[in-house]
Design a protein. Structure first.
Length: 161
């Protein structure tokens, strides 16, 4: 069976997924963002990287509200890397809002966090996280993890359409 180059849902007017490899990073630590960008650039894993340092701005972007009200909300990223400890709106609330809305619930969300708490992991999965990965401490392993995450979720994974 041949996979079409773009993914569209039954009602194409509702959602659009292009071949573009747009990656959404929701991370407030600038060093972590630099490491993530290094991995994406080194392995040519993204056409465009959208970065937000707080959960509120990420939600505005995804739902085309506030500062992003002129953005087409049907155009969504291939994958979201989401930290849990964020200013304004925390990662668990961001995850809950993404997974509870028809327009965004099919976007793969990888919780990429320093939290090793069982409660955070359990709640993330209960809210619909596609994966929960604890950030490695070494630079080399951090960059490798990001490359593997994005390679799988943005390039190899075939989304349900």
């Amino acid at each position: 069976m041949r996979r079409s180059p773009s993914c569209s849902f039954i009602n194409r007017d509702k959602f659009l997924f292009e071949d573009k490899r747009d990656i959404l990073l929701v991370e407030d630590n600038r060093y972590n963002v630099e490491f993530m960008l290094e991995a994406l650039e080194k392995h040519n894993l993204a056409d465009r990287v959208i970065i937000f340092q707080d959960g509120a701005m990420a939600l505005d972007y995804l739902f085309a509200t506030g500062e992003y009200s002129d953005r087409d909300p049907r155009m969504q990223p291939k994958v979201i890397l989401l930290d849990l400890r964020l200013p304004k709106v925390g990662g668990l609330e961001v995850l809950q809002r993404i997974k509870s809305h028809e327009m965004t619930r099919m976007i793969p969300v990888v919780v990429f966090t320093s939290s090793a708490k069982d409660q955070d992991r359990q709640e993330s999965y209960e809210l619909g996280a596609n994966s929960y990965i604890i950030k490695p401490h070494s630079h080399e392993n951090f960059v490798k993890s990001v490359a593997e995450i994005v390679s799988y979720w943005a390039l190899q994974n075939v989304p349900y359409c």
